[in-house]
Write a protein that binds this ligand. Sequence first.
Ligand SMILES: [Zn+2]
Length: 398
Amino acid sequence: MRLLSHLPAFFLLLHLPLSLAYTPLSDHSLTHLAPSLSIHTSSLVPDHDFDPVHGALLAPILRPRVPGTEGHARVQEHFAAFVRAHLHPSWRVEWHNTTATTPATGSEPVPFRNLILRRDPPWRTPAQAGGPGKGEGHVARLTLAAHYDSLYRPEGFVGAVDSAVPCALLLYVARAVDAALTRKWEGRTVEDAALEDEDEVDKGVQILLLDGEEAWVKWTDEDSLYGSRALAEAWENTAYEPGSRFSTPLEAISLFVLLDLLGAPQPTIPSYFPKTHWAYRSLGSVEARLRKLGLLETKPRTPFLADSAKESVQFQGYVLDDHIPFMKRGVDVLHVIPTPFPAVWHTMQDDGEHLDLPTIRDWARIMTGFVAEWMDLEGYLPEPETGPTSGTGEKDEL
Ligand SMILES: [Zn+2]
């Protein structure tokens, strides 16, 4: 009893000094969040990013990618090539490599590789931070995660909603907010940052493309979550330099947002955790505002994030997924996964043909808006391209 009564106070002390501003975007900024609606409603051109056959972000992931196989390696190459081609050079790319045996593969160890993409404010990156206690241990990171491995059986399983689409969405979001982050952080130093917002913690963003989420034979604590279990443990045991605001990379996670099973039509995402219902509501408010502004393509009977109408939620149970090893260690989690699961879940029908592109593009818009608000990018989002126009309606249609 005593221990329990002390717990809330302890958590309060731990969390109070973290002043995390969250700045809603103006209607103007929301309107200019890509992907632009007009492109997709008035043309027969395949979706540039998310078309299952031609889309530059998604198509390369839509293949069997069982850890240790050729398809798995090709998807890793796709991620690395995407970062080189589309993200600012200050993104740090880190592979977290482990091996483990699985019940399906005997004594031969299987390689698991988590990919960590991280962008911190430039005055907190190791090369420029200068001096003890001024480096990366001071950055609270919004952490966006999805798993990229696919099921071992049935053979040939592609896992489009599970979780190729969530991975493609995270790449999309990184690219969509990247230029605004550059503009926001350009030319600022650690001294400027300290002067401007004394109590505010520096915010970074990281994307985790996790490996080995799937069970190889049957879901157990040992046969599942190979990548996320190894990463959470490693981060718990990595100490930042003394004097840092956070003691480990695990503690530096401000919110762990896990996307899974997205891309099927009519998703219903419950708010799973009372503790992060506020963050769920922020995400739901982005959805509601985009809908009101006519900026989403889907017209569902209920919003994707229908629980955001509720002031609070009761804990009703949760889905076992990559957040578990982090949540067990005290990390705040927002789990963006539908209940019920899409009908195609863990069947051969979970492929490109069964995806709903308007739903995927709406997720891209909603997630981009949420990340832009979290990172306080109001005023830094790109203006729409204003190239020379002919003044004729037909030409604009192209
Ligand atoms: Zn799965």
